[in-house]
Design a protein around this ligand. Structure first.
Ligand SMILES: [Zn+2]
Length: 409
């Protein structure tokens, strides 16, 4: 099946080369695809002759982007934590709430109490709404089960969702999110459980592509993280790290040292940390919705880009510090809070997000040979899109060559 989309007013190819700002714009463009893969991209006047199309779409002179990639979410969780939202607004800090047993620990309890069907339906609803925003790929972390059985439950939900709804799901094991309540007095036992039982069980069942860890005063130390991540690497997982969110904890240095695929958060990253990540080709993932909700300082993105660090932008969707799955909102905030330009932000939710998931061989840019995974946005260009923030800007989404969403007029 050969198909074409014509009359694209502005096409951002978002190829991997160039700087954060290079999104490779084409005007009056077209994309030709065969089955699930892109066959040709270029100016409409140069469509190769002799092609017969089974279907033609008209972009109505609008903006076309690669399908958006949310490369950092905690999608499966029980309950919500709206009361903590009020507490924080009354002056309590995220860490204070965590120390009294709220925060992640509260969600662990609610998640353990929820059935697989309940959690799965909740995730399915989120994914459907993310699809309407133009998101076509979502990284999903476990981390609210924190026992072998409960972590497998969450990762099995992600596997099933990957097979039964249209968005690409990338599963990440985050058993090292925090030390659960029952191990608080003997954290060594929990680390042993992670190393000797949970990680092998996850890998045996092939349930995760990445192992992530939360390095923080209330979670894991850098030394503990090194031990756990070394085991994950030996078992064949790639590495991600929650680093330097509430203070410089050398998480970025560890991520660079272990050749992690990404280091995420980075609000308090040191100059040395930035250089080390850049030198080791670790993608930095910034999460401005979390900065907004924790009312902490946001990442100064220019400081990172100036040192040639590639930045992805994601939601960090979770029931505590980032209760929104709106990647469009995250991109707008990446501009207004972190100082990215719209083009730089777009590169962060396309090719650099694909690199943060080790999927850039097939996703994240619009080039021949890659998957036909793209969206039409109701704007003339990326500046207009991220400046005029409004609902329902995605008009149509194509995934693996097929329309998966179309806005109703
Ligand atoms: Zn996170």
């Amino acid at each position: 099946m050969m198909k074409v989309i014509k009359n694209i007013g502005c096409l951002a190819q978002c190829k991997p080369d160039g700087t954060q700002a290079d999104i490779h714009l084409l005007h009056k463009a077209a994309i030709v695809w065969q089955d699930d893969k892109i066959y040709w991209v270029g100016p409409q006047s140069q469509i190769p002759e002799g092609l017969a199309f089974d279907e033609e779409l008209d972009a109505d002179n609008k903006l076309v982007l690669p399908g958006l990639i949310d490369c950092h979410t905690h999608l499966a969780f029980g309950g919500w934590r709206q009361d903590e939202f009020e507490e924080r607004l009354r002056g309590k800090s995220y860490l204070e709430i965590a120390e009294r047993g709220g925060g992640i620990q509260a969600t662990v309890q609610a998640t353990r109490n929820a059935s697989k069907a309940e959690l799965s339906n909740k995730c399915r609803g989120f994914l459907e709404q993310m699809g309407r925003l133009g998101v076509t790929t979502v990284e999903c972390k476990s981390g609210y089960g924190l026992s072998t059985e409960q972590e497998l439950k969450l990762l099995e939900i992600y596997r099933e969702l990957g097979q039964t709804q249209p968005l690409t799901i990338v599963p990440t094991f985050l058993g090292a999110h925090i030390v659960p309540q029952e191990y608080k007095k003997n954290r060594r036992l929990y680390i042993d459980l992670l190393i000797n039982e949970m990680l092998p069980a996850v890998c045996e069942r092939n349930l995760a592509r990445f192992c992530d860890i939360f390095i923080e005063d209330t979670a894991f130390s850098t030394e503990e993280a090194r031990e756990i991540l070394n085991v994950a690497v030996k078992l064949g997982l790639k590495i991600k790290v929650h680093a330097d969110q509430f203070g410089d904890n050398s998480g970025s240095l560890l991520a660079a040292d272990l050749h992690a695929v990404s280091a995420d958060h980075l609000e308090f990253i040191s100059d040395g940390g930035i250089s080390c990540l850049a030198q080791n080709s670790v993608v930095g993932v910034i999460l401005p919705i979390a900065s907004l909700y924790t009312r902490q300082k946001a990442v100064d993105a220019r400081r990172l880009i100036d040192k040639k660090l590639k930045l992805a932008v994601a939601t960090d969707f979770n029931p505590g510090s980032a209760p929104s799955f709106d990647l469009y909102l995250a991109l707008m905030l990446a501009c207004n809070l972190c100082g990215l330009t719209p083009a730089e932000a777009v590169k962060g939710a396309t090719i650099y997000a694909a690199e943060a998931l080790d999927l850039s061989d097939r996703l994240g840019s619009l080039e021949p040979g890659k998957l036909a995974d793209f969206i039409i946005i109701d704007s003339a260009d990326v500046n207009h899109w991220l400046y005029h923030f409004r609902p329902d800007t995605c008009l149509l989404a194509v995934k693996n060559g097929k329309i998966i969403y179309q806005r109703q007029e």
